[in-house]
Structure formats: C-alpha cells, structure tokens
Design a protein around this ligand. Structure first.
Ligand SMILES: Nc1ncnc2c1ncn2[C@@H]1O[C@H](COP(=O)(O)OP(=O)(O)OP(=O)(O)O)[C@@H](O)[C@H]1O
Ligand SMILES: [Mg+2]
Length: 396
C-alpha cells in the first residue's frame, strides 16, 4: 500500500480519467507525490485502453466525460475489469447521483473540488477494502474448489461401495451354488448305491419271469425291460465312476484337441440331427493346465444344450483365439436362444426349462472352468442363437 514512509514498495497504479486537464494534472501531481503510479486519460475509451495495458488497482473516474456518461463507464469497468476498483469524481450538489454510482459498484465517490490529503486517504481506504475483498474472493474460490473436490470424492466413494457390494453379492451367490453342488455330489453318490440294489432285484425277477413263459410278446417286453434296466445301471456306474475318478491334471492340454474329441463323440447325433459343425481355430492354442476329461465335460454339456436348442438342425461354431495370456473359446449355436430374464438363472444348480432336464449341465461346466482359474459365461443370446464364452489362463 502506498505511503510516504515506504516509497520502495511496489507502487499502486491508478488510472485517472477526466476531461478537465487541470484536474488531471492536479490529481496526478498529488497522487504521484503520495507514491502512486499514475496514468492519465481524457476520455472513457482511452481510459479503458490504459486499464487493459496496466491493470491498475484503482480508477479515478470523472462523472462527466465527452464520449460516455460516468454511469455507463463505471458499469463497463466493473464488468470488464472486476479486480479494478473505481472511485468516482462528481461535482458538488449531486449526492443522489453519488448514491446511484455506489449502487452500481463504485467503491467511493469524491466531490470536487477536493483537498490533497483527503484524496490520498480515501484512495488508501478503498485499497484496503479492495485487498480484503480480493482475499475473501480468493478464499471463497478455494472453498468452492474444495467443496467440489469433496463432492467428487463422495461420488467416487459411493461408486466403490456399490462395486464392492455387487462383488460381495456375486461371491455369496457363488458360495451358495457350490454348496448346492457339493451336496448334490454327496447325495448322488449315496443314491446311486441305494438304487443299484433294487435294480438288481428287478433284473433277477425279470430273468425268473422269462423262464415261466413261452409267449413271444411277453418275452419281447421282458427283454425290453431288461435292456432299460441295464441302461439305468450303466448310467449309475458312469456316475459312480466319475465321482470315484481321480483327477488327472496335465500341463499340456490343448483345447482344440479337447473340442475335436467331443465333436467326434457326437458324430451320430451330428449326422442324424443335421448339425453343421464349424471349427474356427485362429491359432494353435497354447497348452493349458487341466484335466482333459473335465474340459471335455464342459463342451459335452454345451453340445447337449445346443442340440436341445436346435431341434430342427442348425450350426454349431467353435472359435478359438488367444489374447492377454488367455485362450478364448466361443461356442455359438443357431438355436432358439435364452430369454433375457433367464440369463441370470441358467448357471444355478437345478435350474432347467426342460421337462427332463436336471439343470446340472451349466453349473457343473462353470465350476470346472473356475477350478482352472477360467471363466465361463453367456456372451450373447438372441432368438437366432446363443454364444457361450470360455477363457482359460495359458501356462507360461
Ligand atoms: N444353447 C442354449 N440355448 C438355449 N437355451 C439354453 C442353452 N443352454 C442352456 N440353456 C438354458 O439353460 C438351462 C440350464 O441348462 P443346463 O445345461 O444347466 O440344464 P439342462 O440342460 O436344462 O439340464 P441338464 O443339462 O442337466 O440335462 C436350460 O434348461 C435351458 O433353458
Ligand atoms: Mg444341459
């Protein structure tokens, strides 16, 4: 702030705008002596140019100017240069005008003629107020910035909480599913034992019945029953074998060979059901670490579902690619598709839309994929077909 005692401080700039040359000279003289740096202009427009060039702290503005009335000049300065404070110079007897000017943003008004001491003192007062107000404005801006930063953080926090809650929900669902699967494994092993005994009895009684009749129809029915009993027995044996089977993990499983084996095992159905198989292996897939038989089970379950979905024939595409250290397999059928509202249920154990489905195909397949740190999900489904996506980490 300019005072006589501290002339070495950075000088405060003042643009004086007055068409009266005497006033200009007088104010310039008084204020320069008080340590202000003065720029003088005789019209509003040349005054604006000086403001643009020197960004002064203050403007001393005459109310009567040749090119613009004082009120308009004041309003323009307040809009264009908000950090520049304006002190108005008005003639005596126009206090009402002075009030109007203050309302429009003037910081002070000085009635002409004035005395030198009074002028400097009042400018210094305005400067002090200006300094406080600018400081306040800066604080306010910082506060607004802080508030908006806090708001951003809040949003980010909300987003993270939402994300974690969703992950938690998914994890809980998965735990429930694997518990159901474990219970089913335990139950089916027990049930298989229990069913095989009465099945044996049925088989024995039929064989006894065969010895008591010569009737061709009876004999035919009996042999059909026997065949069905044998079929049930072989299914149960397979189930038991699978549950007893020790896992055979190899580091050298090639997914293309796994798919080829499954396709081969379905050769008869492919022909009779008029299914076109399209194998698109875009690379020689890198080996993955898994039990090949378990991986075959995944594709077998997908194959069976695809056959069910394509009752009038269709195409089944197996696409194999690699990206980001993962083998990616897409299995696309041209079947009836999965309705959108069922998509979140199909991996639940026992969920089935088929009259004779057990609802175990997909959950078992997904569990196997996850066991090998892989992924299995529906990539796309529409009334024109369904694409399942599988991913397995490549062994490095
Ligand atoms: N490729 C597909 N196209 C249309 N719907 C499908 C397809 N795959 C699965 N689904 C739907 O998902 C459900 C669950 O499939 P999942 O294989 O788990 O059981 P399922 O086939 O019904 O019975 P299971 O396989 O145990 O005999 C099916 O009932 C069917 O509604
Ligand atoms: Mg199935």
């Amino acid at each position: 702030m300019p005072t006589n005692t501290q002339p070495t401080e950075k000088k405060v700039s003042v643009v004086v705008i007055d068409d009266d040359k005497n006033i200009l000279e007088l104010t310039s003289l008084i204020l320069s002596k008080q340590g202000f740096r003065i720029y003088a202009a005789e019209s509003a427009n040349s005054g604006f140019e000086l403001i643009i060039r020197h960004s002064p702290e203050l403007v001393l503005l005459d109310y009567m100017l040749p090119d613009m009335d004082g009120l308009t000049a004041l309003q323009q300065i307040k809009i264009r240069f908000p950090d520049t404070y304006v002190v108005m110079l008005t003639g005596r007897g126009s206090e009402e005008v002075a009030v109007e000017l203050m309302k429009n943003g003037a910081s002070e008004y000085i009635l002409k003629p004035f005395n030198n001491r009074n002028l400097a003192e009042r400018l210094n007062n305005v400067l002090r107020i200006r300094e406080i107000e600018l400081h306040n404005r800066q604080l306010q801006k910082q506060q607004e910035e802080l508030l908006s930063e806090i708001e951003q953080w809040n949003l980010e926090l909300q987003r993270r909480v939402r994300e974690k809650s969703e992950a938690l929900q998914t994890a809980q669902k998965e735990i429930l599913q694997s518990e159901k699967l474990a219970a089913l494994g335990y139950l089916s092993a027990g049930m298989a034992h229990e069913i095989r005994n009465p099945l044996n009895s049925i088989s024995l009684f039929i064989q006894l019945m065969r010895q008591t009749t010569d009737e061709p129809d009876q004999l035919d029915y009996q042999s059909k029953v026997l065949k069905e009993v044998e079929r049930i027995d072989s299914i149960i044996r397979r189930l038991l074998d699978a549950s007893r089977r020790t896992r055979n993990i190899s580091s050298n499983v090639h997914i293309d060979e796994v798919i080829d084996n499954v396709v081969e095992s379905f050769a008869t159905q492919i022909e009779t059901r008029k299914i076109v198989i399209d194998r698109r292996y875009h690379c020689i897939p890198s080996p993955i670490k898994a039990d090949a038989t378990e991986l075959e089970q995944i594709f077998t379950n997908l194959f069976l579902n695809a056959l069910d979905a394509m009752s009038h024939g269709g195409s089944l595409i197996f696409e194999v690619t690699e990206a980001d250290d993962r083998v990616i397999i897409r299995v696309s059928d041209s079947g009836c598709g999965i309705p959108e509202d069922l998509l979140e249920n199909i991996f639940e154990p026992f969920f089935s839309t088929k009259s004779r489905g057990t609802g175990m195909g997909l959950p078992v397949a997904q569990r196997i994929a996850r066991m090998y740190e892989g992924f299995m999900g529906v990539e796309e489904s529409s009334p024109n077909g369904t694409t399942f996506r599988l991913e397995f980490p490549i062994l490095r």
